[in-house]
Each structure stands twice: as structure tokens, then as C-alpha cells.
Design a protein. Sequence first.
Length: 326
Amino acid sequence: MNRLRADNVISGVKPIHWISAVAAAVLLLAAVVLGPGTVGKPAPPVPASCPQRWESKQIGRWVPATAELDGVEDSLVPGTPTSALICAYAGQNANSGGEPLAGSRTLTDQAKPMAYDLGYLPVTTARVEKVCTLIGGQATNYLIRFAYPDGQALWVGSAEEINSCVTTTNGTVVSHSYVGPSITAAYRTGTWKLLQPKDPCDPATGRRGQNERMVPDGAIKVLVCREAPSGNPTPRPSPGSEHGVQQARELAAELNSLDTEPGGNTCRQVGSRRREVLYLHFGYEEGPPAWVQIMSRCRPSVNNGLLAGDLDDALLDRIGRLAPPA
């Protein structure tokens, strides 16, 4: 079992000799007036090794300490860490909590690409309702300790779970993108790769910034997919039609003009006609695509996993015409 050793860094403080007693008195008075409560207290140190147990009843959504790194409010893993310690806690989703440490693995050259991919996941601090299946089965919680060149560290908590419904967190923000199988593969093999859906029309992990806008800026293409009818005995990829930069940015602008609020994949059906589901996948020069789900005959009718809103009939019809035939 690998263990990541932490170096204790003690910064020396040189004594300062004041030229006059008056200056010393002023300094003492300032200390008395300010008081200890006005000086920012340092954050507790991030543990340097794997906790011996998963100290939470939640699946994935736990870290043993929260780091005060620049960027933790905007990205799950900011900056460029030099190593990643993966700690595994195997158990069952119906009785999560208190699982003992099952093993650990340290990644070095793989820490940078792992941080890059996790850092691109869409994050939020808002409460987002979503619908999940409730199948009982195995769940493996993971803690990942990212270490940085300056001696700081950051924990990320996540999990692999049979329902693929996991919240990942760095203690400050959370992501609802599911990366459990990718973490499991890295833990077993020592190699990081963000696993992608076999069908390009299926929702992937999404893109950082989707908590603020339905579609982040900079899209250069869009794949418009129509969900294949359910009940087909022969599984097949969902049909999709790809469009270029002009169409992508026009659609993004219209979706970003909608009134939105925090929301996931919930749906209140309106009317008796069959609901149609479309997916828009916006591609970029760099980083992962952003996806948007559209559900006709639903309220809300559009969401990106973190924001939800409603389309008018004209925009819904236009997007439907960009999709391949049913």
C-alpha cells in the first residue's frame, strides 16, 4: 500500500529590533485593539495519508479536510499538482459509512492529466435536484489527495456506484458529473484516462462554466441528437447531425438568453403527447464538450445538469429541424 509522505515545512522568523520604545508601544497597542479574532486563522493541515475509514454516510461527497487553494471555488482541481494519492473504500450503497481503507495507489506522471480532466468538470455550490435510480449494489468511495509543488494539498471525494449517481467534491464546490469508472481504472492500473460514452450522443461529463451559462463561450460545433425510441430490441447508436461554428454559436446565444435557475434532470410532463428528447453537444477547440438536454412536453424543458429553463415553441421546432429524422 503506497503512502504519500509529507514534509514538515517550518518557516523561520527573524527577530525585529525596534529603534524606539514608542514604536514598540504602538505595536503592542495595535495587537491589543485588533485582538486574535481579527487575524485570519490558518486552515487545518490537509492529512498526508489515507484516512483509515470513510467517515461519512454519503457516497462520494466527503473529504477529510478542505483546502484553501486559489481557484477551489471555480474548479474541482485547480492548478498543476505533482502527485495524486488514490484511497479506496469498498462497500455497499445501501449501507454507506465507516468502510475501512481497502488500498491506495500514488500517481505521479498521471497526476497532471487527471487534475486537468477533473478540473474541467462543471461545478456548483447550489442545491440541484436530480432523478436517480435506486438499484442496490456495490459502491466504492474514493479520496484523492493532490499534492502541489509548494507543499499545499487538496482532497477530492468521489465514488463508483451502480446507479451512476454520485456527487464529487473538493469540500468547497461539488460536481454531479460521473467519473467513478475512470477513477477505478486509474486506481487499478496506475494510468489515468477520462472514459467517454461509446455513443457520442450520450451525455458525457459536461464542461466547467455550465453552472453560470447553459452553454459556455467558445463553441465551434454542435452535434444535435434525437434519442432513439425506447423498447428497441436491437440496441443502436442514437442518430445525430453535426453543424458548424455559426450554428453552434447561434444556438448557444439563444440558450444563454433563457431565464434559468439551478436544476437537474427533473421533468413534469405537460399534455398527453409522447415526449421527445434531444441532446445538443457543443464542441470546443480545447477541453470537453458541453451538453444540453431538451425534453418536449416537459417543464422545465431544457437543462444542462446544473441549470434548467423553458424553451418557446419556435426555438424548440428549430432545434428539432436540426436533428436527424426520428
